[in-house]
Ligand binder design. Structure first.
Ligand code: PRP
Ligand code: URA
Length: 204
């Protein structure tokens, strides 16, 4: 799925010199790109449109929009790009914080629309240990979602393996796959702290 433009965007987010506005902008473009890729797997419905020439054309828009679910806070710029790919989608938000010692995620906030029988796309910029996304997948499954996709900018192989326990591999999308995590749970080579790089250093 890698394209030269996607590669350029990954270089931009990995570069430590990229300032926050350009970092968020690149993440949003990655979100748009991955959103369009995911949409190729969703069900579309033949639709006839009569043009001003009195002739019909057939096109294939989505049968039903997915629900976009973002993990706060690092997922926000990626989500904004996904929203461009699915402008009519409903959105849900999950607040999650990783304990810096245990690396276990803790859910702090939930704001979800009805998910019964729906397709959901869960996005978080970093898929590191996979704990945050796996928790989000369980929450979304519990609320009756029929099909779940995962969308990240940078994923680590151990985290992808964990998410694969809950979601089919071809439903897990990312722009780059890294091999490992360091002892603080950061993806290596990664890009550092995605939330801090997007929004400034968090002290609380
Ligand atoms: C980071 C990141 C992911 C999570 C990934 O969140 O934004 O949500 O860690 O790690 P995992 O795959 O090991 O669970 P963090 O708790 O740093 O919060 P933030 O988004 O507010 O920066
Ligand atoms: N969260 C981040 O922001 N970066 C990582 O490398 C891992 C988790």
């Amino acid at each position: 799925m890698a394209t030269p433009r996607l590669e350029e965007l990954v270089i931009t987010i990995r570069a430590p010199s990229t300032p926050s506005p350009a970092f968020r902008f690149a993440l949003a473009e990655i979100g748009r790109f991955l959103g369009y890729e995911i949409s190729k797997q969703l069900t579309s419905t033949p639709t006839r449109i009569k043009t001003s020439l009195g002739k019909e054309a057939i096109h294939y828009p989505l049968e039903q929009n997915p629900v976009l679910i973002t993990i706060l806070r690092a997922g926000i710029p990626l989500y904004q790009g996904l929203q461009d790919a699915f402008p009519n989608a409903e959105s849900g938000f999950i607040g999650s914080m990783r304990d810096e010692t245990t690396l276990q995620p803790k859910t702090t906030y939930l704001a979800l629309p009805n998910l019964e029988g729906k397709t959901a796309i869960i996005c978080d910029t970093m898929l590191a240990t996979g704990g945050s996304i796996c928790d989000a997948v369980c929450t979304v499954q519990d609320r009756g979602a029929r099909e779940i996709y995962v969308c990240s900018a940078i994923a680590a192989a151990p985290g992808v393996r964990k998410v694969e326990g809950l979601v089919p591999r071809d439903h897990i999308y990312f722009a780059a796959l890294d091999d490992e995590l360091n002892d603080k749970g950061y993806i290596v080579p990664g890009l550092g702290d995605a939330g801090d790089r997007s929004f400034g250093k968090k002290i609380d």
